[in-house]
Design a protein around this ligand. Structure first.
Ligand SMILES: NC(=O)c1ccc[n+]([C@@H]2O[C@H](COP(=O)([O-])OP(=O)(O)OC[C@H]3O[C@@H](n4cnc5c(N)ncnc54)[C@H](OP(=O)(O)O)[C@@H]3O)[C@@H](O)[C@H]2O)c1
Length: 278
């Protein structure tokens, strides 16, 4: 996850980590002892930990690999943060909630309905018990361009569906609050700057579904919905999904963080950049 940064937080040096060591990134596979050692031997006083297996179906199919990255690696990084008295900010998810009683506040009891949500909740607990002043930021479905259009399931997947010459099913049941990665990046730096510890929620403000997102894209990009097949019910998947895990972000707003731009307005503002990458 990456995006823009408009905070005045001063960062003298940053190291970005990836398992494959993409250009500009330190190569460290944090599911291996060696990868963790590599991070433990580098110099840092703040860690923003967002690496995760985030496909619920993939997590359900290979629980031990999901546990290794989502929980074990997080525990190792939190232990190291504690040892060196570093600030840790951990990116979590709305999927820690069951989705039956929204909106969810930070102090509501989590009750994940799939293994992905369970691993993220285990990781949250590890971070909070190891690092007293850690920050947990829970976020919902993301979209953004910082890693390239094709890396954004929501942007690229929706446009691909609209361009398909075959029928393309889109479900109109599970409630989503699409959230822009640039806004999340700003929320991360806002919280670090304020030394805010504990759990926080950040979410886009517009209630929608994958079908309604597709219809909005058709309108904004001047495309036809003729091959989009409306599914009133979400199809069966390996992992269950929460129906509506809307995160209330009142706590963050009360600290002075601005309300994010409405979803369709943001997509219109990104239209030029999206078209350049298509
Ligand atoms: N995307 C969403 O809609 C969404 C919604 C709610 C919460 N979240 C949470 O937001 C966070 C970021 O999600 P995302 O969408 O940015 O995920 P992503 O696109 O899958 O990116 C994951 C990142 O983690 C790195 N990574 C994966 N395995 C690694 C390993 N073994 N060692 C080191 N780095 C590794 C990846 O680098 P490489 O590619 O180089 O391995 C990549 O940079 C996650 O914690 C996720 O749970 C995401």
């Amino acid at each position: 996850m990456s995006g823009s940064r408009e905070s005045s937080l001063r960062i003298s040096q940053t190291t970005r980590v990836s398992s494959r060591g993409n250009s500009g990134f330190l190569a460290a596979d944090i599911t291996s002892e060696n990868g963790i050692l590599k991070l433990c031997s580098s110099d840092w006083d703040t860690i923003i930990h967002s690496a995760a297996w985030r496909s619920p179906d993939q997590c359900e199919k290979d629980k031990s690999a999901a546990y290794r990255l989502n929980v074990w690696a997080t525990e190792q990084l939190a232990s190291e943060a504690r040892k060196r008295n570093a600030q840790m900010l951990y990116i979590s998810t709305d999927y820690v909630f069951s989705g039956t009683n929204p909106p969810y506040r930070e102090d509501d009891t989590p009750s994940p309905v799939n293994y992905y949500g369970e691993t993220k909740l285990m990781a949250e607990k590890a971070v909070l018990s190891l690092c007293r002043n850690a920050t947990i930021l829970r976020i919902p479905l993301l979209y953004g361009l910082a890693a390239g259009l094709q890396k954004s399931d929501l942007l690229y997947g929706t446009l691909k569906a609209l361009d398909s010459d075959k029928p393309w099913p889109m479900e109109d049941s599970i409630v989503r609050y699409p959230t822009y990665t640039g806004d999340v990046a700003n929320a991360v730096f806002f919280l670090l700057e304020k030394n805010a510890s504990g759990i926080f929620h950040f979410s886009g403000q517009n209630k929608t579904t994958r079908y309604k997102i597709t219809a909005a894209f058709a309108e904004i990009f001047g495309k036809s919905m003729k091959n989009i097949v409306h599914l009133a019910k979400a199809p069966e998947t390996e992992a269950r999904r929460p129906h509506d895990s809307h995160l209330s972000m009142d706590k963050l707003l009360s600290l002075g963080f601005p309300v994010p731009m409405p979803f369709e307005e943001r997509i219109k503002s990104l239209k030029g950049e999206i078209l350049k990458e298509l």
